[in-house]
Design a protein around this ligand. Structure first.
Ligand code: MF3
Ligand code: CO
Ligand code: CO
Length: 270
């Protein structure tokens, strides 16, 4: 028997879109704030504290990761260092020269979520690490650039996969982007691999993240005994960048856009 998957994609109202813009902007501002603190000798727990206090005290928001899931995630941000793919738990371990760190921030404001992550480097990164970080950001941007009503979800995965493979990198398959709104993770799933002209159609008013995880080695991952930290099986370096997007009538708006980016905040294809 054929199985039909019920897709519960929510289309945002004008009112919800305004709240998503606010939440997205706040999440982006946390990444702007934390950059100068990502230095040799700092601990990821110190970064967690700074982000937590900023979100709660300055922004009047809620850090969505804190107590999220099962077992409850114990911190307010994810910090994923070197071969950690995602969901790294802030700890008292000190950052050292050459480390690469993904900081993933999700802010809830007025009931709506903004979810974004960025790569930081401690001191001077290796040429290889720098290249992985750059190509991974290009993967995110290429995914964003094809988002518009009528395009299909497989198109996003396809451009990301093609760019990663061209540079001999692999794409993590077990974790993906997601719809987002009043719920942190909602339909649809946005996988970062796939074939053009497949998958569900993209519709104006959808909000979702694209957040490719790209490995310098093989794609395989495993979860550490803490039940959260995801690492590369072969211990190769991994990078990730994430934005929360709104599909507009003519293209896409990057709700978590920062001023330090080369991609515009609004892409209009008409
Ligand atoms: N921010 C992550 C994402 O992009 C999810 C983190 S869940 C947590 O979807 F519990 F680990 F924080
Ligand atoms: Co996300
Ligand atoms: Co995230």
């Amino acid at each position: 028997m054929k199985r039909y998957k019920a897709l519960a994609v929510t289309i945002k109202t004008a009112d919800e879109i305004e709240k998503m813009r606010v939440a997205g902007k706040l999440a982006a501002q946390v990444l702007d704030m934390i950059g100068e603190h990502v230095v040799k000798g700092a601990t990821t727990e110190q970064l967690n504290q700074l982000c937590h206090n900023y979100i709660v005290d300055v922004q009047g928001g809620i850090p969505a990761p804190l107590n999220y899931g099962r077992p409850p995630f114990p911190k307010s941000i994810c910090t994923s260092v070197n071969h950690v793919i995602c969901h790294g738990i802030p700890s008292d371990k000190k950052l050292k020269d050459g480390d690469i760190v993904n900081i993933d921030v999700t802010v809830i404001k007025d009931g709506y979520h903004g979810d974004t992550s960025k790569m930081f480097v401690v001191g001077k990164p290796s040429i290889l690490a720098e290249r992985l970080i750059r190509i991974t950001q290009e993967c995110l941007y290429k995914g964003i650039e094809i988002v518009k009503p009528g395009a299909r979800l497989g198109d996003i995965g396809h451009v990301i996969q093609t760019h990663a493979h061209k540079h001999n990198y692999s794409v993590v398959q077990e974790y993906c982007g997601h719809g987002i709104g009043a719920t942190f993770h909602e339909d649809p799933q946005i996988v970062h691999y796939g074939q053009p002209n497949t998958g569900d159609e993209i519709v104006a008013g959808m909000c979702f993240t694209i957040e490719p995880m790209i490995n310098a080695g093989k794609r395989y991952s495993k979860i550490l005994p803490d039940q959260w930290t995801v690492v590369t099986k072969d211990r190769s370096l991994s990078a990730q960048w994430e934005h929360t997007l709104l599909v507009t009538e003519t293209g896409v708006e990057i709700l978590t856009h920062r001023d330090d980016e080369t991609i515009p905040r609004i892409i209009n294809h008409s």
